[in-house]
Design a binder for this molecule. Sequence first.
Ligand SMILES: Nc1ncnc2c1ncn2[C@@H]1O[C@H](COP(=O)(O)OP(=O)(O)OP(=O)(O)O)[C@@H](O)[C@H]1O
Ligand SMILES: C[C@@](O)(CCO)CC(=O)[O-]
Length: 671
Amino acid sequence: MTQEDSSMPVSHEDLKMAVDRDFLEVSSSPSRKRAESEVSRYYDAQEPANGPDSDLLDGAQSLSLSQIPDTEFLPVNGPQTAGESSSYRPGASVGTAAAPPTLPSLQRRDSGRGRAMAKELPRKSSLSMPTAPLTFQHHHRKGSSGSISRIYTAGVGGGAPSHVRQPLSQGFLRGSAPPESTSVASETLQNSIPPFTSNESARPGLNGRTRSLSRTRSLSYMKRMEPELPDFMVSAPAKVIMYGEHAVVHGKAAIAAALSLRSYLHVHHLPRDNRTVTLHLSDIDLNHTWDIESLPWDFFNSPAKKRIHFDTVTSLDPELLEALQPSLAPIVNKYHSAATAFLYVYLCLGSKHSPASVFTLRSTIPIGAGLGSSASITVCLSAALHLQSGMLVRPSAKLFEEECVRQLKRINDWAFVGEMCIHGNPSGVDNTVATGGKAVLFRRGDYSKPPEVKRLEYFPELPLMLVNTNQPRRTAELVAAVHGLRNSHPTTCGLMLDAIDNVTAEAMMLLDNKHFRPDDSHLTRLGELVRINHGLLVSLGVSHPKLERVRQIVDGSGIGWTKLTGAGGGGCAFSILKPVQAESDEVKKLKVEETLKEEGMVTYEATLGGDGVGVLWPAMLGKPEERSSITKEMFLAAEGNDGVEALVGVKALGTGRLAWGFWREWLPEEA
Ligand SMILES: Nc1ncnc2c1ncn2[C@@H]1O[C@H](COP(=O)(O)OP(=O)(O)OP(=O)(O)O)[C@@H](O)[C@H]1O
Ligand SMILES: C[C@@](O)(CCO)CC(=O)[O-]
């Protein structure tokens, strides 16, 4: 490639070709480096107009040992001698006062097709030094063929200027990102590394320089024993559709908001010599382990089928689904579509070299109740798989808004793929709200294009009551039933869908209005729109006698306006409650709640408009000085929904006990 080439914008197709060639095949090969470089250039082409370097600051993020191939390690400060090498003891400086103020950095050098690329790696032993922060420098340099390569240099302490770019997906950061995961990795190392002996012989490296045999051995020992990444958690919320469900599948708009119930996914990494992946969906009693190598990688990673993180996939490939069947066959569980969603996305995004891990999920969202439980779990899975493969930057206040949006889009796009595995033909509204949180207007007119999503900035705090009829149903079947009705009554059905669209548009004018007052006629208007929307859904055939019973109890007592939410056919309804004006109103409300309970229904307090997908990295409790791991055993042992919330709940944010991070698409300054 010429220098001119390298300055040209990189198209998505170029990028995909680079990745198709070899990116996922050999995770630490020089060709992967080439692909990484292509990906970096792809990002460059999308950098904000105010110039790359001004946007890019020190982001010292830990590099896992898995990212260090068995290539040569050279000191940046000059050739290494045998004597020098024996003084290098990974882990030796951890927590000791004897750590030198600066250490020679390690540099990995790969060469491929005449292109030079070098990248300095922070030495594991130096990562946890408390007084010497790591800094990265970023230069461009001409490769042997004239192409421009990036060089990343890591030093300890030094006053390096800090316009820094992290490779590949490390993204654009502002300010210096805290290297949260480094101390965990170092602790693990400290426990697992046998000490070096200083009298071991040195042998020439591949380029004639010397390197220590003991270092080589220990590195490979460490690589086997150390899990590739620390354990971490992700979480995503449920949603309530206020107006427009079903119509949204047919290109109309819907208004939906994040609900305070959430799913939590714990990702535990296994030592590298264990080559298995486990999916444990504890709410549905599904616990299955696959041998990673036995999965149909060859098919998924074949040039014709390969998909990458940046792809927007709008339909499932029946051949890929077919290829999964042998791996899914042993799973006999009525909710097995969640396993299909997991494997499909896992195989699309991963490779034979994906880290061995255990994915453990617990959700406080009732399943199949219209609250988007499936979307919440697919968002968790998508975020976890992206984080695991290094394709996301963890949320931080330093992340630029544009990058936040990109991260969320990537998570959302692949959560949608999971939703397609579970639902068949989803609109994408559920996963969009579970990803971004808050409240949105959503419309997807053309399925081959991204949906239109508008945040409702002034979404008010509404007096809501949420009721679960506990009547099970499947979203996929209800969506298919409306399609059937539309086919047999195209004109009438079309008018009903248009009417729902009008309801949503009217509601939008109230809900996205900073002058909205929940205690006056605005609330009544919203309530009436709720009632009209429910009536139209009844006509579309997606209500259920139990939902009608909720309506009878709530609306009959005069305390509010009720509508089913989600796919209907059972599941949940919500009511907008009228303002309490007298004591008798309060009494009526209590009576309603009692009656619903007597009839086997569950009422929830509904807080709408909360955060979307969040990350707890690493999975640890407590303030920095007294941190302890959240193990999957602890997570599984938490009692009920309250136990899960008490142990890992995002509500603990701000108490100093947990440090959940959120990509706040619309409010990056608060992240
Ligand atoms: N906690 C969970 N654990 C495992 N799988 C789950 C969980 N929650 C949902 N699922 C998966 O999602 C499916 C239910 O999805 P479905 O779309 O029918 O309901 P929903 O998402 O709650 O409702 P709606 O789409 O109307 O909001 C289940 O069959 C299962 O595969
Ligand atoms: C019924 C539906 O409109 C909402 C399900 O929560 C389906 C969808 O939008 O995918």
